[in-house]
Design a protein around this ligand. Structure first.
Ligand code: ARG
Length: 619
């Protein structure tokens, strides 16, 4: 799949269909054409210069607070810095705004600048700037004129991270989908992204699992290995039942843990088998979901096992290791228990066993020292927030994470059923992720069969997959991640509203114009844009926001900012389509409007691709 160009399938269709159509657009970029890559950035620097010119270099880093205006009647952008500056300088905001405006040196970028209310500076772009900006994006369809960051970072994204021998369930979808989207966006912005699937593949539960496998009747084991008997998940549950019910089995399981930790070869062989089997299963789920995670990205808890002893030693050297009831603990600053006493984070139990936190400390050391991370992003549900705060605080106090390394926990809420309780099956069991995927696909297939009964079977199945998975992921990404959200099939698969189906359908409709008009989209390269109608101008202004939207997702780690943006763009496109005839228009207007269709389609499909969502060629 080529992510940042028209889907190859479509490109091929056009190549075959319109090989002979005349090129209707002309190449018009003159040599002195000045690209306007990120207009908001440019406005920011113009305003900063004006502030310096008006009030001196000591105000060079005052944030000009530039934002697109909400209402086009106030212009295209608004600068809100006068109020803050006024406080600092002890002057009236309006006077400050006036002084800044007098110093704006913007060579024809603005057609109108005025001051509103207490001191808002409203800026209107010239028609030429609007047109040229759109042309710049058209000339760079793959990246939509989104520049790579100036300061490239190594960003480690820790996400998905399911546990070996357990079925992936509905709870895993969020970390997997959010982490995948964030990793794609960081990469697109030019960062070096290292994905880390921190799978739970180590710990006492493996003792009982391995022991159970060892004692399993030969026939049962063979059936399991042939994929016919109990699944690993069932074996896990049965081993747990035995562990809880039978004292001597529990004892043998504990001895197994010791053997595993001591590196007993026979035990390790069984363990490795279990791990491989689970990882193959995870991989299949990722493939179905279109998650960009491979077996190479797995760095499970077991990887850090040999490093845990050193963590304790290093904590001691850093003078952070304390003792509490026979256990080794640290007391990260700022954490208190209910009674107001310092709250410990246990790193080694009294029996010598290490904990989840110890592994996370080792993993952070590895990521900072060996992977050279500038930033580490952990995507887990919000119940782990305290765990990560304590780990981060310890890393800082120990000096292992210097202040220039950014540590982010990306917490998210729970998926709820319509009854507003955690989403379960009717009989109250957790929902397996694969069942959810199956249902998304079959529901999408049903909806598509109603809407488009003539589609051939293979295409229909492929489109149902793209739409079903797309909607499943989009529902997750479009919600403010920190909130719980209600899982609602009808809403998430709706063709109206803020859903993947709506955006995918908008894309298909944008592109269908080219088929109906018998226009090869690639013939629009270099087209002249005339975004003079208000509806046209609004689309271009929206397109210009993309770099800032992506940057804000990278800063806030909130993918819903991108889904909202795409939804707004598609909505603007629909009103443009109603108000501005495309195929019925003529000459330069027609070319310009076709180019706006192409820019919209490409932005929707690139934007969805950055969220890990495909666009179908038809729907
Ligand atoms: N396996 C863990 C769980 O299922 C998630 C791991 C998240 N990453 C981490 N570095 N702790 O809850």
């Amino acid at each position: 799949m080529v992510w940042f160009s028209l889907s190859p399938l479509i490109a091929l269709q056009y190549a075959i269909l319109y090989a002979n159509t005349a090129i209707i657009a002309c190449d018009r970029f003159s040599k002195d054409f000045v690209a306007v890559p990120n207009i908001q950035k440019r406005i920011e620097s113009i305003l900063s210069d004006a502030v310096v010119a008006a009030f001196g270099p000591e105000h060079a880093d005052a944030d000009p607070l530039i934002n697109p205006t909400k209402d086009p009647k106030f212009g295209d952008y608004q600068a809100n810095l006068a109020m803050g500056l006024a406080k600092k300088l002890g002057q009236k905001p309006r006077d400050i705004a006036t002084a800044i405006v007098e110093k704006i040196d913007a060579d024809d970028l603005f057609s109108k600048i005025d001051i509103a209310g207490p001191g808002f500076i409203n800026l209107m772009l010239t028609q030429e700037t609007v047109n040229q900006s759109a042309e710049t994006i058209l000339a760079d369809l793959d990246r939509l004129a989104v520049a790579e960051v100036d300061e490239k970072q190594t960003v480690v994204v820790d996400f998905s991270s399911p546990n070996v021998a357990k079925e992936m369930h509905v709870g895993h979808i969020r970390s997997t989908v959010i982490g995948d989207a964030l990793a794609r966006i960081f990469k697109f912005l030019g960062h070096d992204v290292i994905k880390q699937n921190h799978v739970g593949d180590w710990g006492t539960q493996f003792g009982m699992l391995i022991q159970y496998m060892d004692e399993m009747p030969e026939a049962d084991r063979e059936a399991h290995e042939a994929g016919e008997g109990d699944t690993l998940n069932t074996i896990y549950q049965k081993s747990k039942q035995r562990f809880d019910a039978e004292d001597d089995f529990a004892q043998r399981a504990r001895e197994r843990v010791v053997a595993l930790q001591a590196g007993d070869e026979e035990t390790l062989v069984v363990w490795q088998k279990l791990v491989n089997e689970s990882e193959t299963y995870f991989d299949a789920v990722y493939k179905r979901l279109g998650i960009d995670l491979s077996l190479d990205d797995i760095k499970g808890e077991s990887f850090y096992n040999p490093r845990l002893g050193n963590v304790i030693k290093d904590l001691k050297t850093a003078d952070l290791l304390k003792e509490s009831q026979g256990a080794d603990v640290v007391y990260p600053e700022g954490f208190k228990d209910r009674d107001g006493n310092p709250m410990p984070m246990i790193v080694r139990k009294s029996d010598g066993g290490f904990l989840y936190a110890t592994t996370d400390l080792a993993a952070a050391q590895y990521r900072i020292n060996d992977l050279n991370a500038d930033r580490i992003v952990y995507v887990t549900d919000s119940r782990q927030s305290q765990h990560f705060s304590m780990v981060f605080q310890t890393l800082r106090e120990a000096g292992w994470a210097p202040s220039n390394v950014r540590l982010d926990h990306v917490p998210f809420g729970t998926i709820m059923g319509k009854d507003r309780k955690p989403f379960k099956t009717r009989s109250g069991e957790t929902i397996k992720l694969v069942d959810l995927i199956d249902e998304a696909e079959s529901r999408a297939a049903g909806i598509l069969a109603d809407k488009n009964p003539d589609m051939d079977t293979d295409t229909a199945a492929e489109v149902a997959h793209t739409v079903g998975i797309g909607c499943l992921k989009y529902a997750d990404l479009s919600n403010d991640r920190i909130k719980d959200y209600i899982f609602d099939w009808d809403r998430m698969l709706s063709f109206d509203g803020n859903t993947a189906a709506y955006l995918q359908n908008s894309y298909v409709r944008c592109m269908s114009i080219f088929r109906r008009g018998e226009v090869d989209p690639s013939s629009l390269s270099g087209a002249k844009i005339l975004a003079t109608e208000p509806a046209e101008r609004l689309i271009v202004l929206k397109l210009l926001q993309l770099p800032n939207v992506l940057q804000s997702v990278a800063d806030s780690l909130e993918p819903h900012r991108l889904t909202n943006y795409l939804y707004e763009l598609a909505s603007l496109y629909h009103s443009f389509y109603e108000k501005c005839p495309v195929l019925k228009s003529e000459g330069e207007t027609k070319i310009s409007r076709l180019a706006l269709c192409l820019l919209t389609a490409q932005t929707i499909s690139n934007g969805l691709a950055l969220l890990g969502i495909d666009t179908p060629p038809q729907m």
